[in-house]
Ligand binder design. Sequence first.
Ligand SMILES: Nc1ncnc2c1ncn2[C@@H]1O[C@H](COP(=O)(O)OP(=O)(O)OP(=O)(O)O)[C@@H](O)[C@H]1O
Length: 872
Amino acid sequence: MPDRRTAVVVEVRARLARARAAARVRLDRATSEVEAARARLARTREIARQRPARAAAERDRRVAELGERHATGLAELAQRAAVDGALAAPGAAGEAWEGWHWAPAAGGEPAGPLRVGEVRIAGAPPVPALVPLLDHGHIALTGDHPDGIVSTVLLRALGRTRPGQVRLTGYDPERLGGGLAGFAPLAPAGLLTFVGPGGLTALLDELVEHIRRINENVLAGDYASLREMAAASGKRPEPWRVAVLLGGAHGGLLGGDELSRHERAQLDRIVRAGAACGVHLIVHGIPLPGVLTISSDGSVSEWGSLPVHLDRPPPAELVTATCRRLAERYATGPTPSSFPDLLPTEIWTENSAAGLTAPVGDSPEGRTVGVTLSDYPPHALIAGPSGTGKTNLIYAWMGALAARYDPDELEFYLLDFKEGVSFARFAPGQRDPSWLPHVRLVGVNVNTDREFGLALLRFLGRELRRRADAAKRYEVTKLAELRAEDPEGRWPRIVAVIDEFQVLLSGRDALAQEAANLLEDLARRGRSQGIHLILASQDVSGIEALWGRPALVAQFTLRIALPKARRILAETNPAAENLPRHHAVVNADSGALDANQIVRIPAAGDRRVWGDLQHRLWRERPVSLGPPRLFDGDAVPRLSSLVIDGPAPVAVLGEAIDVQAHAARLPLPRSPGRNLAVIGTQVEEACAVLGAAAWSLAQQHAPGTARFSVACLDADAATTARWLRDVLPADTGWYDEEELAEALSTWQPDPALPHYVVLFAADAAATRLAVKAPGGSGHDHLRRLLNTGPERRTHVLGWWRGVGRLRDTLGGPGSRTDSIGAWVALDVQGSDLTGFYPGQGGPVWYPRPWRALYFDRARHRTPEVIIPYGLS
Ligand SMILES: Nc1ncnc2c1ncn2[C@@H]1O[C@H](COP(=O)(O)OP(=O)(O)OP(=O)(O)O)[C@@H](O)[C@H]1O
């Protein structure tokens, strides 16, 4: 039993020991956990103790970084704003007063905002404080000292615009204009008007009426504002009106009075609708809701709390000196427009169906003055003494027209009877190959060739008939209607310019008579067919040439008088007498006094400026359009450029003086009288006519199908004879005096083989040909040839050095002349040709260098003047 008890005790003790050991282990573990927790707690406490300091440091770091970034950003923004500000308000709109001067914006440039001070922010560069006024809005001023801002804004607005473009009205009832005293020099020129106390209602009414007029007549529904109109056209048609309404010294209501309901309503209308019409208010002393407000302490509504440092006002002397200068410049008128100002931005956009309208200059106030050619007024007369600018005016007018209407809408025919080549620039030249695409004909150095003027009038007369016939076919009467009925047809308006036209009408001969009749017909009927005449003359005789024909003059309802032009306007209209240089009176009502428009004509003669336009138009010309016909009275036409066409054979004798530069041709069919006599002592001209005739015939016959025989009986003609040896067939017979006498007796005309007998100085063989021989003298054989040869295709083309000598060949003074079917007279008086001409007393002919009178009995009613060709 005890052993069991002992065993139990031992057992218990052992268990207790194990339990104690386990408890100790747990205790130790718990103890170390407690310590670890304590240590954690201590660490956490330590961390917690350190955290606010770090966060604060981090916050401070971030704040500093942001601050730095903000400062840099602000500086950059300010820098950019300063640059933008300087660009938006350049020159007079923004420059500092030191060195400031009047410098208007270029035409077409917007007015832009004006500088009143600068925005200053610490750490950033100052930014110009700009306020919009012209074309944008109004300015309200508050505070006790508005004068400085008013001076600043007004001077900058005036400095940025041309004289007269800004008109000021001052209403300053308390100080009676004292607030605008510096601007007073503008008043005498009408650029500043003061309105007295009590005048406010009338002023507001007038501004409202002005706005209404601009909307109705100027913008006319085409534009929303003058700014838009100016941007589109590059021109400002109306000045800006700036009304400065200055209130009481203490910022009270205007003049201490309340605005009436009417005034308030008018003011609101101006605030609402004024800016679009260029009407602006600068007001002190009346609240204008919604209007940019500047207070004299430097705050600007709409800009929040931005600190504005207002500029000091412009020095008083700068204001008065500038205003004085502006007034003077305004009195002498705005800068005249230049030739490029007459041109549209886009070329060839106009349609000429109803007429041709283009500016020729501007009025003294700077308003563009347009001139129209249409059914009314259809034609123009231009007059002015030499050097007053007629040619320049024509250049300006033509340039403005040519840039607007394309060559299918407008054609020019130009003739200058003056010595000189003022129209030559429109045709291709040696230095400049371009031409004005609208020009179809240019006549220069025409002074002695009145025939060319007549040819132009005949050509226009034919064109008039062609148009009238077409109109009849379509049962219409006017060009506009014809174009509507025949949209595929080409019916350009034609403008014919004849400078010094009186040359054409001078003389009491048939040519002058025919020219006057044609002019009258063209003037009367051309109006409805789109053919317009512009006649220019430098002296009164030109106009007087017309004066005897009131019906003709009456058609020229558009009159343009240059300084000192006489009799061109109505007798009672002296407007041209005191006209300044480079001005013109344009009168579209036959010179009636109240239709005068004074126009300043820009310089348009400069070759470079004109060349720029011509080249531009030339590059755009339709590919099918060739150069114009150039008739130069001083030039010799070249045979080498001649193309012979039409039924053969014809002998070409020279160039006809006509619009198409036709060759003057002598047909040589099988019929009696088809011989040619060139008569006169001018060797070169005679050789040129005869040489061209022989050459042209050789061109029309294949080798062996015609015979040529040439006798050169004057040594002076040897050069031409040598030239003919090269161009005539190789089997051509060459004869001297002796050989000719013999050959004449042997030549038997053969209808199967045309034979051309070319005699240079036929009369030089007279002595030899007079020698009697059994079958008859040489003269007998020559007369037989002349009389019977042509009907069997043998033709004599001869040169005789005088009418009497030709007569001798034909058989003496009373001999028949009908074997000479055609003649070309050189230095021969018309009266000497009596026997060779069907009319009484011979043709009217006054010999002149390198011209000849050609008459073909078979085809001519009257002879024609021709120009011999140069043989090469
Ligand atoms: N509006 C103008 N502006 C500047 N210069 C001009 C103007 N008009 C003409 N001129 C210049 O005056 C000079 C004479 O002008 P122009 O040849 O046009 O006169 P005109 O009346 O045709 O003379 P004329 O009858 O002798 O030919 C030219 O040198 C021309 O450049």
